[in-house]
Design a binder for this molecule. Structure first.
Ligand SMILES: Nc1ncnc2c1ncn2[C@@H]1O[C@H](COP(=O)(O)OP(=O)(O)OP(=O)(O)O)[C@@H](O)[C@H]1O
Ligand SMILES: [Mg+2]
Length: 326
């Protein structure tokens, strides 16, 4: 591509990881393009996944939408497709999703699926999607500006108020009363969500799905900064695993994380994130590289079989219509 295609320093191969994940990693070379937003340029993810893929012989370009102009025609598959798949770790309101959706519009595989990212990234959409599918999720109100929040019944307090497109714990408030709401200076630059505050032990459990496995980590809640919490990996119970997998199915995500809290009524999902940081997940980069290749191949096979079955569809469905009109 005309945009930046830097080759990051390839790290040393972890031989035992290659042995564990090699069956997929060491298959015929794939051509991939990672879209990396400025915020993640110096982060472990997704750079570590790029390194693993390159070290296993795959061709990976990195497109940096914040640093270079992107030639959109380069996204189009020509006779020989330039890329087998595009991969994005999204940032709220970042430019990467437009490029990923442009690649999808050209028929190229995207990871995660671009529609799944849309569902997860807009918290209002995610709330309704989860609720409709029976995923436990707090009641949620949407307000285009903070001045409307006083229409929420006082009986619903305490509330949590947060930006609709929030991430990284930005501007999340617990509000205990209408009087406190009136005193708050809430950033009105974007739409807001409000939910009843769900009493919980003071920590979140972050469930990460690398595509093949679910991992769980305890994390202090920003609403309980003083809580005595040991942030560490914990075992994944069957209940948490099936909750995480249900969210993946409902949203159509392959690589994702969810924030859950334990309440008196059981585990409740508060947030769905496509491609999170996977902090504390052992060998996360290898696991994610394997998923990227698996999804790429799965999609290629699905496209191939759709192509192969097109004439049959034509014969059985379209041909009688065409004949009847003749
Ligand atoms: N309804 C709620 N009841 C209790 N705690 C909540 C509620 N909503 C949010 N929180 C707390 O606030 C945290 C941040 O909320 P949320 O995940 O929705 O925002 P965020 O900005 O997307 O965070 P991040 O992207 O960093 O995970 C949650 O992880 C949880 O600890
Ligand atoms: Mg969150």
């Amino acid at each position: 591509m005309t945009s930046s295609t830097t080759q990051s320093a390839t790290r040393r191969i972890d031989v035992s990881a290659v042995r564990e994940f090699g069956e997929v990693l060491l298959t015929s070379p794939a051509r991939l393009c990672f879209i990396v937003e400025a915020k993640y340029e110096n982060d472990v993810m997704p750079g570590a996944v790029v390194d693993v893929l390159r070290s296993c012989g795959h061709h990976v370009d990195v497109l940096r939408p914040n640093g270079s102009v992107a030639d959109l025609w380069d996204l189009l598959p020509t006779d020989v497709a330039r890329y087998d798949a595009f991969v994005l770790k999204t940032v709220s309101s970042g430019p990467g999703l437009s490029l990923l959706e442009a690649a999808a519009a050209a028929g190229v595989t995207t990871i995660n699926d671009h529609r799944a990212i849309r569902l997860a990234r807009d918290k209002a959409v995610a709330a309704v999607r989860a609720r409709k599918a029976g995923i436990p999720f707090p009641k949620t109100w949407f307000a285009s500006k903070s001045g409307l929040l006083d229409q929420i019944p006082p009986t619903s307090y305490p509330l949590v108020v947060k930006p609709n497109n929030g991430s990284a714990l930005r501007d999340v408030y617990r509000v205990d009363s209408p009087a406190e709401l009136a005193r708050l200076d809430i950033d009105d630059s974007g739409s807001l969500l409000a939910q009843p505050y769900l009493p919980n032990p003071g920590y979140d459990v972050k469930l990460y799905n690398t595509g093949d496995e679910v991992f769980a980590t305890v994390k202090r809640s920003p609403l309980h900064p003083g809580a005595d919490v040991v942030e560490e990996q914990i075992p994944v119970t069957p209940e948490l695993r099936s909750l995480a997998r249900a969210v993946g199915r409902v949203f159509g995500l392959d690589i994702y994380g969810i924030d859950v809290v334990e309440t008196a009524d059981g585990w409740v999902v508060l947030d769905v994130n496509d491609f999170p940081s996977f902090g504390n997940v052992p060998r996360a980069a290898y696991r994610l590289a394997r998923t990227v290749l698996r999804v790429t191949r799965r999609q290629a096979a699905a496209k191939e079989s759709a192509r192969a079955s097109a004439p049959t569809v034509y014969r059985s469905v379209l041909a009688p219509v065409v004949e009847a009109r003749a």
